[in-house]
Design a protein around this ligand. Sequence first.
Ligand code: GDP
Length: 392
Amino acid sequence: MKLAMIGFGQAGGKIVDKFVEYDQRHGSDIVRSAVAVNTAEADLMGLNHIPSSKQILIGQLSVKGHGVGADPDLGREIAEENIDEIQNALNDVPVHEIDAFLIVAGLGGGTGSGGAPVLANRLKQIHTEPVYGLGVLPGSEEGGIYTLNAARSFQTFVREVDNLLVFDNDAWQKTGESVQGGYEEINEAIATRFGVLFGAGEVGDDSEVAESVVDSSEIINTLSSGGVSTVGYASESVENPSSGGLLSRLTGQSTADDLDTASTTNRVTSLVRKAALGRLTLPAELEGTERALLVVAGPPQYLNRKGIERGRKWVEGQTDSMEVRGGDYPLMDSGKVASVILLSGVYKIDRINELQQIANEAKENIDSIRDESEENLNELVNDDEDELESLF
Ligand code: GDP
């Protein structure tokens, strides 16, 4: 599946940068176009793979390249004022060559949190291609204001996109790890999961090979439930049968004959279960899922059709959904078999309830401190007897 990716804000830019790097490393051909938008010049300077002509600095008049200081209202305002400039950066995207737009942003800050929904709104007005969001929730140790920002942005972003894929930093951050080091690993995990998912829709032209290969239309159909999505992943190293991957599959003399069918079936089925029951990008209950898509990637000899079908049936049972699609993604040179599961239209998510509760508490706290602020300052500055005179 070919995407035009827009990274909004620091997290958004870094994650899209990582996607471009992933795409080059794996030759997966997903990123047709990559743009980074930011109000902070320094954040753009940290990007290594998005060309500088595709790095857009907005709001220079108001914030002078220093960012919006985690203020999503300012982020939204600046995005609205500069929407034409952002739009221009996307003008040379060959829209007939892409399947969808993907806007990536951390929802806890200001630039991406406020700006991403504004861009989604604009893109949806102009294009018929689906506009997806990838929203990153903050870690709980980041504090109330980030949670409040994320809860507000989440609400808005879900409404503006065709589907919001969510990644929850809180479920992924390890304690005792430096934030930057942690993000490096987390961003790699994001690129791997979504890279396999979207990459799957890119192998579809060779109909003989592609009999059960996932097509981009299946990804789009799964995501067309709308709402919120989460993704699971599991992988296992295998020995790559070094020669004749594609050829042997075409001629039917598959080296899979040499592999024990029962064990390849079992491997696939168990990887599907591990992906669904392991750590999802956003922890959610399987039961509350509208649609799902299962992708099993790896050397063709290991992509056992029976295993995928069994896994698909199992997912149907777990999700109570009859719309579970499944297929494979042949990766000739890979040394791994991986399973990715996309759960779309998930609605039983404790983490979102918790986020909203903490956000409400943070809002009440901020409001009450603001209300008392003038009074407290007066009390501090003025002397008790009110005898001192200020200079002017
Ligand atoms: P913005 O530049 O104003 O949009 O804000 P940032 O993107 O710097 O931060 C928003 C949120 O994104 C933070 O609160 C973090 O939760 C998260 N974040 C920042 N950098 C990264 C990153 O590299 N990876 C991930 N996964 N999350 C990040």
